[in-house]
Ligand binder design. Structure first.
Ligand code: NIG
Ligand code: FE
Length: 387
């Protein structure tokens, strides 16, 4: 296997407190890192770097772990810019536009959906995302959801079955029938291509009891759990996620002090999606209070055509800093190791020897530039471990 050394790194963020400056960010200056095609082999001062087959001169630039985007809805057809325009003119987001995307997605061929997904995945990768989660949820029938998890699995191992996104129109008068379908035939036809199950537990989508039913059936079928919760109100999604020991509860825009205390004592990560709060002109969640209380927080793009048509993790980091009062270091941690925790992965999100060789060379001397220069393409080189 070919080995590489990246030398003369101005600022290396490892996210491993045992390395470098012993902070959470595990920082080293004038550093080097040695990799093979799959793993990190060595980290240390540039002057001590062992030799390798190839040398990359970072020229004083910053290196960070690859971003982990733990929440996307990448497989869809169509777009909803008119809905966005209406919101910017004062309409509220209530998830009601999901049906339009369901119609467009059902009407698209698999080749069309594959090309659309591939284009979005390439945009994420160009912006530094080296691991992405992808959800189904825009066909809402048995064959369609199976098609979407199958397509998602062509792009990632982190596939999520979201048959319980909303109740589709054909079941508008039979919610219970739809929940039964999701728990039964739909789950059965999707489970082999998915690692995770998710439910949109919120106003206008599924109640806490319906969500619990679906998630327990999914767990019994061998899937691990995550949940959309508390995006539109204090609807009990956060508590349900904790009750079920879900890996992550996502959005958390409406979070109470008692939710924060429960999250802090739980194994559930709070994944915040500032792109959705931005694009729905919502309030932002209290990231400061969560982090200060000891909650494990991740940030992700939530890329989808309704609430957050965003493919840039750099933009998400900038929003987390400016709008959710994170420090630049906290936002970087949440976009890397936080995302890894939300996916219950210990091999990504950091650069300790043994980690996957997923890293970014930035076109900047310090990682803080990610938030300091929003909208700039700061990822100069993305190295991604062989899959
Ligand atoms: O995470 N809130 C639920 N699902 C997506 C949005 C889906 C849509 O509007 O198309 C979200 O924000
Ligand atoms: Fe989402």
């Amino acid at each position: 296997m070919v080995t590489r050394v990246i030398g003369r790194i101005g600022e290396l963020t490892t996210n491993d407190p045992s390395l470098g400056d012993e902070t959470l960010m595990g920082r080293l200056r004038d550093a080097a890192i040695v990799l093979d095609e799959e793993r990190v082999l060595w980290v240390g001062p540039s002057a001590d770097a062992p030799s390798a087959d190839e040398f990359i001169d970072a020229g004083g630039r910053a290196v960070v772990p690859g971003f982990v985007d733990s929440h996307t809805h990448l497989v869809f057809a169509g777009e909803r810019s008119e809905e966005f325009e209406a919101r910017m003119a004062g309409e509220r987001y209530d998830g009601g536009g999901i049906g339009l995307t369901v119609n467009a997605t059902r009407a698209a061929s698999s080749d069309e959906l594959r090309a659309l997904t591939s284009h979005r995945a390439a945009q994420l990768l160009a912006g530094g995302v080296t691991t992405m989660e992808i959800k189904s949820g825009y066909e809402l029938n048995v064959a369609g959801e199976a098609r979407l998890v199958g397509l998602a699995s062509e792009f990632t191992d982190e596939v999520t079955f979201l048959g319980a996104h909303v109740v589709p129109v054909e079941f508008a008068h039979d919610r219970d029938g739809y929940v039964e379908l999701v728990k039964g035939e739909m789950l059965e036809s999707c489970k082999d291509h998915a690692r995770w199950a998710d439910v949109f537990c919120d106003r206008g989508a599924f109640s806490v009891d319906e969500s619990r039913e679906v998630l327990l059936a999914a767990r019994a079928a061998g899937l691990e759990l995550r949940l959309h919760g508390n995006q539109l109100g204090e609807t009990g999604g956060i508590r349900l996620a904790i009750e079920l020991d879900a890996a992550s509860v996502d959005h958390c825009t409406f979070v109470s002090d008692s939710d924060i205390a429960l999250l802090a004592g739980s194994g559930t990560v709070a994944t915040l999606l500032p792109g959705a709060d931005f694009s729905t002109r919502s309030r932002y969640p209290s990231a400061r209070r969560m982090i200060d209380a000891g909650v494990t927080v991740a940030i992700a793009t939530d890329c989808n055509p309704g609430s957050s048509y965003v493919t840039s993790m750099g933009f998400i980091i900038a929003l987390a800093v400016r709008e959710m009062t994170m420090t630049p270091d906290e936002a970087l941690w949440c976009a890397t190791l936080g995302g890894a925790r939300a996916l219950r992965r210990d091999d990504i999100g950091h650069l300790k020897p043994g980690a996957r060789a997923d890293l970014l060379i930035l076109d900047a001397p310090r990682a803080a530039h990610l938030a300091y220069r929003p909208g700039s393409a700061l990822v100069a080189t993305t190295l991604r471990a062989k899959r």
